[in-house]
Design a protein around this ligand. Structure first.
Ligand code: ATP
Ligand code: MG
Length: 383
């Protein structure tokens, strides 16, 4: 977790680069900073790893005031990637990745193993790429190595300052995908700076919009698109993008939350009773916090007609179609059609159930997105 408390930076020439910044970036969160040139994004990142010191206020990382930490120790726990990749040209890919591990006194074997592991993460064959020099790589490949180098000693926090700025759109798209997958696999707290609203909306859990050193809006991409705080935000987003298609909305924004759960060993009668009691057509079958599948009223009905309402819930041919909570509704609708099921379990990064999308709910969800005023009485969240 990274916490900014009243952080202000005034440079020697009296430029106020950051002005009373208050913000908490949660553990594991992908936070994107965006705003016009000169609004203080880079300064904020550089204060986070103490390349620059705040004039006033404090920054806490993992609960500790960074001022009380040695800058070197702080930076070891924090990867930093910038646009001007800055790989050492006279060092091979492997040697570039070894830089920080070397400072920490890792053994040769540890370093080699780590470099190989990292290269596999981004689908670069270590046998081919370990011994290449930066100039023997494409721009996108160099950028990947820049990211890997920042990840080498497994830092909790990753600071990225327009890391993909100079790349062509195709390579960027590919690196976005890789970065998202990486975030799933290694679960870092990421603070990512960009100028590009599309990039922000695509990657962010939350977006922080800055102007003249101040926060203008901190929200999920959907919230920013739907409810820009003021003219400035609206203009920055661009008016055309505010007419977001309901199918572009992330599943987690609209899913049905609070699906009742039942244990795998429970009987069918219990399941039926719970459905009636909770007035729901679906139950999530969970073993501890592990999601096994959904049980539907329809399925229970079929079992009854077959004259076999007995047995345990786990033997009821559970519905195991799922969708990741960060996917779009477009994907969810496709998944429903493809699976021929009536409901999808919505799962988080850890594979745990966080909600559901059912065919029955779809019209309401879409209506609420398209005509929020008319559908205002309608709530997708269980209250
Ligand atoms: N060393 C410095 N001395 C004086 N002013 C500085 C210094 N570094 C940055 N600034 C000023 O502080 C403000 C914020 O700069 P910063 O680099 O944080 O902006 P930014 O949001 O990253 O911009 P960009 O999008 O162009 O990278 C700008 O007005 C800039 O000119
Ligand atoms: Mg900058």
């Amino acid at each position: 977790m990274v916490v900014f408390e009243d952080v202000t930076k005034i440079y020697d020439d009296e430029t106020v680069a950051v002005d009373g910044l208050n913000l908490t970036v949660e553990h594991g969160e992908f936070m994107v900073f965006i705003g016009p040139s000169g609004c203080g994004k880079t300064t904020t990142l550089q204060m986070t790893n103490r390349l620059k010191e705040p004039t006033s206020g404090r920054i806490l990382v993992g609960g500790r005031d960074t001022k009380e930490m040695k800058a070197v120790d702080l930076r070891r726990g924090m990867g930093y990637v910038i646009q001007e990749i800055a790989l050492f040209p006279h060092m091979t890919v492997a040697e570039n990745i070894y830089v920080v591990p070397e400072l920490l006194g890792w053994s040769k074997q540890q370093k080699v193993d780590r470099a190989r592991e990292l290269l596999h993460l981004v689908d670069l064959d270590p046998d081919i790429y370990m011994d290449r020099y930066p100039m023997e790589l494409s721009g996108g490949q160099q950028q990947r190595i820049g990211v890997l180098r920042a990840l080498a000693v497994d830092p909790d926090v990753l600071l990225m300052d327009e890391p993909f700025g100079g790349l062509d759109p195709l390579t960027r798209d590919q690196l976005h995908e890789e970065l998202k997958q990486l975030q799933d696999k290694v679960n870092k707290t990421i603070i990512f700076v960009t100028h590009d609203m599309d990039e922000a909306l695509k990657l962010a859990d939350r977006v922080t919009l800055m102007r003249d050193g101040k926060l203008v809006q901190v929200d999920t991409p959907e919230e920013i698109l739907r409810n820009p705080n003021d003219e400035f935000v609206a203009n920055f987003i661009g008016s055309e993008r505010r007419l977001i298609s309901p199918l572009d909305v992330q599943v987690r924004e609209v899913m049905l939350k609070g699906v009742p759960t039942i244990g795998p060993e429970s009987g069918m009668d219990d399941a039926l009773r719970l459905m009636q009691e909770k007035d729901t057509d679906y139950l999530a079958v969970n073993d501890g916090d592990q999601f096994l599948g959904m049980l539907s009223a329809h399925r229970l009905q079929v079992l009854r007609l077959e004259g076999d309402p007995g047995g345990q819930v786990k033997d009821a041919n559970l519905i195991n179609a799922t969708v990741d909570s960060r996917e779009t509704m477009m994907t969810a609708v496709h998944r429903l059609a493809e699976s021929q099921e009536h409901v999808l379990g919505v799962i988080n990064r850890k594979g745990q159930l966080v909600g559901a999308i059912s065919r029955g709910w779809l019209p309401d969800i879409l209506a609420k997105e398209m005509w929020p005023k008319e559908a205002a009485g309608y709530e997708t969240e269980e209250s």
